[in-house]
Ligand binder design. Structure first.
Ligand code: 5GP
Length: 194
């Protein structure tokens, strides 16, 4: 998605060899006009999938997920992160390991907001090692809902997440695909490689 790639080149900051900081338009300050375009693009890509719900995880998935839900006209549910979960009866829970933070978080959503009639589009800000997406898929399975696809705003193709999802034969769409950070600069996968 050209406007997203341009924005990453303009405002993204490469940290170390594998992290992109995008707090100017996605992770802290949010550009709603860009989020609206992202929502419309996910709608274009998944419009034949009969989506009934958009699922993400707090907090940085919420902005693109809301605009995706708006484009589809369906509710958005975000999994909440907890250090531990005690009252499990009312909740679907899973554990997500973060390679960047080197910690595990429990994620949970209320059983009231996901059920077997749902066809779910998972939306997240980044796909890195795929652990967040894996946790959300686990929750969808527990609810006996069906996974319609995964929409990722920024994918880092040099990390393991995409491989993990492709193995399962899931429909994944990423709006910007980064193949490397070279000398502090972002290098995208070009169209021929995609
Ligand atoms: P995972 O490794 O599970 O695919 O990535 C999990 C989460 O880590 C993403 O939802 C995102 O919030 C965060 N994350 C991973 N890589 C990056 C990155 O390069 N930049 C930022 N800002 N967040 C990232």
């Amino acid at each position: 998605m050209k406007i997203l790639e341009d924005r990453i080149l303009r405002d993204g900051q490469v940290l170390g060899h594998d992290v992109l900081k995008v707090d100017n338009f996605l992770n802290h300050q949010v550009d709603p006009m860009l989020m609206e375009e992202i929502g419309k693009e996910f709608h274009r890509l998944f419009k034949n999938e009969k989506i009934t719900k958009v699922l993400t995880v707090e907090s940085s998935g919420i902005a693109p997920a809301i605009f995706t839900g708006l484009a589809f006209g369906v509710p958005v549910v975000f999994a909440r992160k907890h250090k531990s979960v005690t009252l499990k009866d009312e909740l679907y829970t899973s554990v997500v390991y973060s390679y960047t933070k080197k910690t595990s978080n429990h994620i949970a959503i209320s059983k009231r907001f996901l059920n077997e009639d749902d066809r779910v589009l998972v939306v997240d800000d980044f796909l890195a090692n795929g652990q967040a997406v894996k946790g959300l898929i686990d929750i969808i399975d527990q609810a006996n809902a069906s996974l319609a696809g995964i929409g990722i705003v920024i994918e880092k193709t040099f990390q393991k997440g995409r491989q993990l999802i492709d193995k399962e034969g899931i429909h994944v769409e990423s709006l910007a695909r980064i193949k490397a950070f070279e000398d502090g600069k972002v290098v995208f996968v070009n169209d021929e490689e995609a």
